[in-house]
Design a protein around this ligand. Sequence first.
Ligand code: KMT
Ligand code: NI
Length: 176
Amino acid sequence: MVRAYYMDSSDADQREDHRLNDADLSLDELKAKTGVNYFYFEPNSEEDMAKLAKLKQENKYTFEDEIVIDENMAEYEKKIKMFYREHIHSDEEIRYVADGSGYFDLRDKEDKWIRVAVSKGDLLIVPAGIYHRFTLDTNNYIHARRYFVGEPVWTPINRPCEDHSARIEYLKSMAV
Ligand code: KMT
Ligand code: NI
């Protein structure tokens, strides 16, 4: 089950929890501060899997693939660095955690890092244009499904990219 909290500014291992204090953000707070949508679908529940299928259909996620990130992954060190470099995308980043765990870090409106600890059953919809990054945690393993509307574009656009249309649209959507 997901947990979201503000990060400390220590430069210790990115896989540590980096929790600033004991306060967790509620899902409503997470949504208000970042625009991120969260769902939980129990992988062993037929009912939940049917609900996930319905959400995919409603949101028109026509593309789906799987990614396993662990030490055996090709170009592991390079990928880990790439995922953790702060970036945006021109489309939503939709991830369902089939197994394992990890951290999605998201900048709030004041540019502070919120760490979202995801594990099995969590689905995150990260809006286009939000600055974010991803890391494994100390378990060093995640198995995720990636969804996309149409042909997938995973290209990260590294910060700074304030003039990018997705960034401009995101900031507009958060201002209202
Ligand atoms: C991304 O785009 O950051 C990733 O796909 C990495 C993690 S998926 C759990
Ligand atoms: Ni990303």
